[in-house]
Design a protein around this ligand. Structure first.
Ligand SMILES: C[S@@+](CC[C@H](N)C(=O)[O-])C[C@H]1O[C@@H](n2cnc3c(N)ncnc32)[C@H](O)[C@@H]1O
Length: 317
């Protein structure tokens, strides 16, 4: 019968007992086994702790690199877009400087705020395109988006004549709803002109920014920031301004019904239809029948300019 033991095992007891050889042999043998045990514990530590940690660190590094590459790639289709720095909007004694407001509100470096305004670092389309599809549900996207803060900041600052045109449509000192009011530019401008303004916006960040600006410019009494989850009060407004917002709403029928019932008889809706999704606005919806919804709610198209349409609610004097 063949032995399974390593050859030579039988000699070890004899070696140990040989004078002059036994003691060094034992010492070498002990050192060898200690070293082997130490090496095997190093190996176990390498396998159980160090390799997984190195693997995770590499995964994070590669993931960050890919995310950065993805961010740059998604910006590429918009590389020719030019967005100028919005100049301050001057309304009577007020001078609304949205760039300074953003720097102070965000705590970001002025140069970075300028790059974000110019849509060079990211923009609302790249934020939307980068979001996992299941997080692109309209309400959650607008509630949590951070890039619209910079995307919307330029509006009305770049077209001050538009504020004149809007104000020209409204009865003096009327109560107006700024629906989807973004960074508060129109609300501030109308408040500075003596209108009583309610501002309603889904984005938590823009809403907070608008509160910051209202305090900064001493207009908190003239503008009420509404909770987006609270229903609009019926027949409260002489006018509702809905600029660049209706095409963002997944349930336009319900929104129009709410807006229409918030208008007093004879009240006006100023809106800018801009439906249709594409590269420029991947988050937009197609028109589900806005004009029909408005007519069903008792609104009639009064006038249209290149900048907006005005609908009037029946029942006015
Ligand atoms: C293109 S921006 C226009 C903002 C502003 N009217 C302007 O002209 O600067 C559209 C805005 O609508 C807001 N919004 C989207 N869904 C909304 C909703 N259901 N209620 C209120 N605001 C909403 C978005 O957060 C975004 O700020």
């Amino acid at each position: 019968m063949s032995s399974r033991l390593a050859p030579g095992w039988r000699f070890r007891p004899r070696l140990r007992s040989l004078p002059g050889i036994g003691r060094p042999f034992v010492l070498i043998s002990v050192a060898y086994h200690r070293r082997r045990a130490a090496l095997s514990s190093v190996g176990a530590d390498l396998r159980s702790t160090q390799l997984p940690a190195a693997r995770d660190a590499t995964t994070v590094a590669v993931g960050r690199w890919l995310a950065e590459a993805g961010r740059r790639l998604l910006l590429a289709p918009y590389r020719r877009e030019r967005v100028d720095l919005p100049p301050p909007l001057v309304e009577g004694s007020h001078r609304f400087d949205v760039v300074a407001d953003l720097v102070d509100f965000t705590g970001l470096q002025p140069e970075l705020v300028r790059l974000l305004l110019a849509r060079r670092v990211e923009n609302f389309r790249t934020e939307w395109l980068q979001s996992p599809p299941e997080l692109r549900a309209d309400a959650w996207f607008y509630l949590s988006a951070h890039t619209y803060l910079f995307g919307n900041a330029v509006h009305f600052h770049d077209t001050p004549a538009l504020v004149d045109e809007i104000a020209g449509q409204l009865p003096a000192c009327a109560r107006v709803l700024d629906f989807g009011g973004g960074t508060g530019n129109l609300s501030l401008a109308l408040a500075a002109r003596g209108f009583e303004v309610d501002y309603r916006e889904l984005s938590a960040l823009q809403k907070d920014f608008t509160r910051f600006r209202l305090q900064r410019y001493g207009l908190a009494e003239q503008v009420q920031v509404l909770d987006s989850w609270a229903p609009l009060a019926p027949a409260r407004y002489a006018a509702v301004c809905a600029f660049d917002v209706l095409e963002h709403l997944p349930d336009l029928r319900a929104a129009i019904s709410e807006i229409a019932s918030s208008l007093a008889p004879g009240g006006l809706l100023l809106e800018t239809p801009s439906f249709g999704a594409g590269l420029a606005n991947p988050m937009h919806h197609e028109d589900p029948g806005l004009d029909g919804f408005l007519r069903e709610e008792g609104l009639e198209l009064g006038s249209r300019s290149p900048n907006f349409r005005v609908w009037a609610k029946r029942g006015g004097l």
